[in-house]
Design a protein around this ligand. Sequence first.
Ligand SMILES: NC(=O)c1ccc[n+]([C@@H]2O[C@H](COP(=O)([O-])OP(=O)(O)OC[C@H]3O[C@@H](n4cnc5c(N)ncnc54)[C@H](OP(=O)(O)O)[C@@H]3O)[C@@H](O)[C@H]2O)c1
Length: 244
Amino acid sequence: MTKKYALVSGGSRGIGSAICVKLAQMGYSILINYVNNSIEARKTLELVRQTGGDGEILMFDVSKREQVVEAIEAWGKSHPEEYIEVLVNNAGIRSDNVLVFMLEEDWHRVIDITLNGFYNMTQALLQPMLVHKYGRIINLASVSGLKGQPGQTNYSAAKGGLIAATKALAQEVARKQVTVNAVAPGFIETDMTEGLDVAALKKTIPAQRFGTSAEVAELVGFLASPQAGYITGEVISINGGLCT
Ligand SMILES: NC(=O)c1ccc[n+]([C@@H]2O[C@H](COP(=O)([O-])OP(=O)(O)OC[C@H]3O[C@@H](n4cnc5c(N)ncnc54)[C@H](OP(=O)(O)O)[C@@H]3O)[C@@H](O)[C@H]2O)c1
């Protein structure tokens, strides 16, 4: 049987790591991208292998176009007969502050990783999906991109832009059986939410708890599956009932 490949940006930790495991359980060979944390990337690869699957680690910064292109071209040269049929644009950071005090570098870095990262990754992988007439692109947005979050104008703008890009691209590529969707998590327990006032925030969530990375991964796994072929251009919230 020919191998099928899925690439998860920011697959070393948190939600991305859980998505790598889920897609491995679905039979994909996983390309685990990370930027800084090689130890965590290796841990994810070990978890992938524990499912009976396999994968490889690709280190690059999604916001740096030349790094992305170089890594994807090198992978293509070593896999001339194959293509990456699932792309999960998961890499992201937050760098919160009220706008009046927000440093220019914090504005640009958050937008660069989320939005330019989406462009760099998707453009590098889209053409083979179109040629093969099959592909799945899933973007990790956020409740902040739907309703806007005070103290996160940079992050809200980046995620809101990602949602709009999801809807636009979905219409461009639907006739080639490539679907493009976004998931919009609320509060999920990961390094990104460390340091937040969990007790106070839980009171604002109807489910009274943070979500888990595994719960988000299940949703992403469904959107990545052949069964989700008629869902495209959607933003699916996963937030324990937080009103958006
Ligand atoms: N946690 C939440 O409550 C929540 C809610 C809504 C949306 N989200 C979104 O879900 C996604 C995953 O969040 P998370 O909570 O799992 O975050 P996390 O635990 O902080 O992990 C972030 C991941 O992104 C990678 N990354 C960061 N900058 C990168 C870059 N420039 N190039 C490549 N990889 C990069 C990190 O790699 P290293 O390990 O190498 O640093 C890491 O694997 C993000 O897009 C986030 O905005 C999260």
